[in-house]
Design a protein around this ligand. Sequence first.
Ligand code: ZN
Length: 438
Amino acid sequence: MVNDTTRLLGLDGLVVDRVRLDPDGVPVVALSTADEQAQCCPDCGVRARRVKDWVTTRPRDLPVAGRATRLRWRKRRWHCDHGGCRRRTFTEQVAQVPARHRVTARLRQAAGAAVADGARTVVQSARDHDLSWPVVAAAFTAHAGVVLPDEPEPVEVLGIDETRRGRPKWVFDQVSQAWQSSVDRWHVGMCDLSGGQGLLGQVEGRTAQVVIDWLGHRSQTWRDQVRYVAIDMCTIFKSAVREALPHAILVVDHFHVVQLAHQALNEVRRRVTVQVRGRRGRAGDREWDLRNRLTRSARRMRAERVDKLCDEIAGLPAGISVPVLAAWNAKEDLLDLLALARTHPDRENVARLLHRFYQRCADSGLPELARLATTIEIWWPQILAFLHTGITNAGSEGTNRVIKTVARDAYGFRNPINQRLRTRCATTRKSRGHLNPA
Ligand SMILES: [Zn+2]
């Protein structure tokens, strides 16, 4: 009974009677039932004996050998005569084509997998599989539920970072005569930075409580296994980790420290430009032309370029040159300090470089550097933890890039639950083996 065409089509429980070409040259496959189980009532399981009528269904399926095909399954509707069974009639069904389904299970699965594992958008998968948007969206949700783990595996280094969801909206408040943000939506993501599990989960909002709640849903054993938590300089995450993971060591990434130093340097440059020149900087002002070179690390420049830069700063008008040089030196002091990371620095060396930085900020008398020094002081235990461990939050930032790419591909999401599911699928593809060419 099983012929070659049946084997080629591979729909269990169905046999191919014949294949003909319709006027457009599309293969039309006539199918009949070959599954004994299909004759049994789905409610009571008793085999039916009496045929009610015959029906033909046209389930949609994957292309065969790259060609779209049309399936025609002629099947029976049965009477269930078993006493006590509430079902009177039923139609035959097989695993790939359940009753009332107009799409085969494998087509649905392929459409969902294209979104979850192949990074296609729902719209594109719907076009590729000739299905509608809601069918593919439902197929994706079902597929994601199967492939995503319910609970994360143990994590040694946890990364926490936030991502803005969509654009903030601003309204003009008549009372305070100021623009205020009316809508500002955020997601906080938890990442595995040591084990490669990718994004473990996301929560809506940007408060300590949502992070505490997410960590609270994990088991005590799981929480005990987290040794380090990498965050950016955000007091919300600091307090959340203090409460939910009191034993974990907090680490602050050097990236954000350097960013702060650059901000302070740029603020000093802008302020003194306005004070000395009475206007904002523009092309032709030497300090404006040097602005990008000022924020480059001197360690990564050739010695003669550094000398030249120092000469250039010294040649600026007096009111600009002194503060800019002080801010530039403070930034370089901080970079020297951060360069100790991953070198097993001894305490004296760290203390010496930190003192040099604080002294430079204090001597300059610049408010921007005073603020920078205060921030460094507040976060010093976490920065010191970075110098000793070398742990960075780069993994979280990389995940954020994927999160934003997914959101842009989809032209934004209306439904945050769908967005989180799509994001998790996209950020765990590597750990699930979908980015491995082998
Ligand atoms: Zn029955």
